[in-house]
Design a protein around this ligand. Structure first.
Ligand code: ZN
Length: 262
């Protein structure tokens, strides 16, 4: 078989029109199905998340190695099969998105990284057994603290499911720990959390630290206190919240204004 013919089943409606303008976390979008496929959507709304397979129609197909420059131009080159870049011989996009609602032939989703007009080849439900809690991944380090913190926040929200105050505390703490120790999903990085269940859940989610096999995560439920202790190669970093802060302060204040760090 030398050629495969595919017919789009839907097209993306998105406020983003150019690939370069797509934010790293994707955008809220509508997937509008062709009328002849509407009955194939029956039962879809029972899922909270779906995989979207799209065709990046504006992407070059002749480039085999690139730098993940959007994240950090200083990173080394990777083969395109080792990345999820738009650029690849068959520019099939794979996106995991949250399903908001289905209205007739329109499927509303959150966080889709495909621009308006992108042909959609297929969608599939996301299942529990798609989840690998602590996979081995390369360290694609964001070029600035702001970007790294944004990537952690996105990850935290996907894991924790609500943007509560303690989620934001956990994101800031994790960003500080990443600046010190590097990749948070590293098998020799341990973390101890003393604080609320929301803080513990967030820190566990962004560090992928498990309770066992290997044992990287410990937690004590403590009221009115938020502290994380990160340990790697005999070095230890304690980050303790100084007081109560609102959403805005947790996004904008400097590390040393929010935390005692030692
Ligand atoms: Zn929470």
């Amino acid at each position: 078989m030398d050629e495969i013919n595919l017919k789009p089943v839907a097209y993306v409606i998105s406020p983003v029109e150019e690939p370069d303008e797509m934010p790293l976390g994707g955008k809220d979008a509508i997937i509008e199905f062709l009328p002849e496929y509407v009955e194939a959507l029956q039962g879809l709304e029972e899922n909270s998340h779906i995989w979207v397979l799209s065709w990046f129609h504006k992407s070059p197909r002749d480039i085999l190695k690139i730098r993940p420059g959007k994240v950090n131009p200083d990173l080394p080159e990777y083969g395109v099969f080792a990345l999820r870049s738009f650029t690849r011989p068959n520019p099939i996009g794979l996106s995991l998105v949250r399903l908001e609602r289905v209205e007739g032939n329109r499927v509303h989703v959150r966080g889709l990284d495909a621009i308006g007009g992108t042909p959609v080849l297929d969608i599939k439900p996301y299942f529990e057994n798609d989840t690998i809690f602590s996979p081995l991944t390369p360290y694609i380090k964001g070029k600035s603290r702001e970007m790294r913190q944004g990537m952690i926040k996105k990850h935290a929200f996907i894991h924790h499911g609500e943007e509560c105050i303690d989620m934001l505390v956990g994101v800031r703490m994790a960003a500080i720990a990443e600046d010190r120790f590097g990749h948070l999903n590293s098998s020799d990085l341990m973390v101890n959390v003393q604080g609320s269940p929301c803080l513990a859940d967030t820190v566990q989610g962004v560090s992928r630290a498990r309770l066992a096999n290997p044992s990287r995560f410990t937690y004590i439920n403590v009221e009115n206190s938020s502290e994380t202790i990160w340990t790697k190669n005999g070095q230890s970093l304690t980050i303790r919240l100084k007081g109560a802060f609102n959403h805005d302060e947790l996004e904008k204040l400097a590390d040393e204004d929010l935390f005692d760090i030692f």
